[in-house]
Design a protein around this ligand. Structure first.
Ligand code: AMP
Length: 215
């Protein structure tokens, strides 16, 4: 099963992907998470990428495609994987199709989590992320058991630099212009499945499960 989870920033791509990974034991490829990890370990790619991320801009297609190419070449992706947050531009989608074609495979499904801008703003304001394992929390809807501490690994929770109001606005507008056209791209391939993201977390996941079971 090779799938891609899409949606505007704050729609819950990361949390839903984590749940799919937990249930189906498949490797997850999250470019946002890979950039944050590279930055935390002082990797030059991460430091370069963070200049764009902090402003709410996209990292260049070249850097991002190269990062994913390296990751896809690892053997654990042969049977299944889940992409979260990549591709985000049509150029990246074409590059991904080429990479997968060269590996003799293709995407089975694209799950698109739909949400309204009001819900997205509200979610990103209250989002907290674990510095150690990347687990995501919400100060109202998915509170950690202990304030500021990750339930999974005990790591410190922080607010992402790109979850500020200005940056969120920019990310949403970039989503509209650069990422949304991908929906058309995958619709034409007949592999697009829309899921309503404006429901409680478990209901969104249940709808995703229905799609996955059919595959
Ligand atoms: P995310 O964790 O998916 O919300 O990604 C956080 C940030 O990382 C994004 O706002 C972008 O700045 C950058 N990023 C992640 N994935 C990509 C991508 N596929 N293309 C370009 N930039 C990306």
């Amino acid at each position: 099963m090779k799938i891609l989870v899409m949606g505007p920033p704050g729609a819950g791509k990361g949390s839903q992907s984590a749940k799919i990974v937990e249930n189906y034991k498949m490797p997850s490829i999250s470019t946002g998470q890979m950039f944050r990890e590279a930055y935390a370990s002082n990797d030059p790619v991460g430091i370069e990428a963070m200049k764009f991320i902090e402003q709410g801009n996209l990292v260049s297609d070249e850097i991002t495609n190269e990062l994913v190419k390296h990751r896809l070449l690892k053997h654990d992706t042969e049977k299944s994987f889940i992409l979260d947050g990549y591709p985000r531009t049509v150029t990246q989608a074409i590059a991904l199709d080429k990479m997968l074609g060269e590996m003799g495979t293709k995407l089975d499904a694209v799950i698109n989590i739909l949400s309204s801008n009001d819900v997205l703003f509200e979610r990103m304001e209250a989002r907290r992320v674990c510095k150690e394992c990347g687990a995501s929390y919400h100060l109202v809807f998915k509170k950690p058991r202990k304030n500021g501490v990750c339930d999974e690994c005990g790591g410190e929770l922080y607010q992402r630099a790109d979850d500020t109001l200005e940056s969120v606005k920019r990310r949403l507008s970039i989503y509209e212009t650069k990422t949304k056209p991908l929906l058309d791209y995958y619709e034409k391939q007949g592999i697009l499945y829309n899921v309503n993201g404006m429901q409680p977390f478990n209901n969104v996941y249940a709808d995703i499960e229905l799609v996955l079971r059919d595959l």
